[in-house]
Design a protein around this ligand. Structure first.
Ligand code: PEP
Length: 252
């Protein structure tokens, strides 16, 4: 079964409810008829209701950027999976490198969040990727394999298939430096081989693996043409209609 392309925009801590709603309206007009690709935007938690409202009855999906593993309780400032689900989200990013490096999300917490996504009816986008020093030390594959095994621990094969893996080399996020199509393809093929050696064969064949790290209109087509790259997780270039639409079109 062919893997359907999946392009996601991570708006990070940009765009409040009004600006996010405006971008969502523009994306709706531009992308409503784009049927060959799954499209998702992940606004700040506060802007989710306004974006969900604007994208209602379109195929465009809304995701959260993170979740707390508990359903509710004394966790000041946090938002849980069931709350995002109730607000209209379908997906949630888990283990983004900014969560790992700035907020201390280790592999154990990442796995708790992946499990919490499923128990609240959200599909996780599990982000993995090595730092520059890890790559230079020849550890890129071992780091990514460890993040994958830990992040997916305890999931049934059909849950792994419903998880999107986002390979995001940390050295390429927000830096303007993109992994070359060959470098990205090599790691995506490696990720698929890890899935193949861990789960029944349909898992590696069907699980979607996005590339993330300075994806822009000028490099999207070449990256997305690689056989094991099934989509993109886009940061900076997801913040303007023109660039995000161009990336989506490159993937469709
Ligand atoms: C990201 O943060 O997921 C990302 C890939 O950012 P950028 O596209 O800006 O590098």
């Amino acid at each position: 079964m062919a893997r359907r392309p999946f392009i996601a925009g991570n708006w990070k801590m940009n765009l409040g409810p009004a600006a996010a709603g405006e971008l969502a309206s523009s994306l709706k007009s531009a992308l409503m008829d784009e049927t060959g690709v799954d499209i998702l935007v992940a606004p700040t938690a506060l802007a989710i209701p306004s974006v969900v409202d604007k994208l209602r009855h379109t195929g465009l999906l809304v995701g959260a950027q993170d979740l707390h593993p508990a359903n509710n309780g004394a966790y000041t400032s946090q938002v849980s999976g069931p709350m995002f689900r109730e607000a209209g989200c379908t997906h949630v990013l888990v283990g983004h490198s900014e969560r790992r490096s700035l907020f201390g999300d280790d592999d154990e917490v990442v796995n708790e969040k992946v499990q919490a996504s499923f128990s609240s009816g959200l599909l996780p986008i599990l982000c993995v990727g090595e730092t520059l020093s890890q790559r230079e030390a020849g550890q890129a594959e071992s780091v990514v394999a460890a993040q994958l095994h830990a992040g997916l621990a305890g999931l049934a094969p059909d849950q792994v298939v419903s998880t999107t893996i986002a390979y995001e080399p940390v050295w390429a996020i927000g830096t303007g430096v993109t992994a070359s199509p060959d470098q990205a393809q090599e790691m995506h093929a490696f990720i698929r081989s890890v899935l193949a050696s861990t789960y029944p064969s349909f898992v590696a064949a069907q699980t979607r693996i996005q590339y993330g790290g300075s994806v822009k209109p000028s490099n999207a087509a070449e990256l997305l043409a690689q056989p094991d790259i099934d989509g993109a997780l886009v940061g900076g270039a997801a913040l303007t209609v023109e660039s995000f639409v161009a990336i989506v079109r490159a993937g469709s």
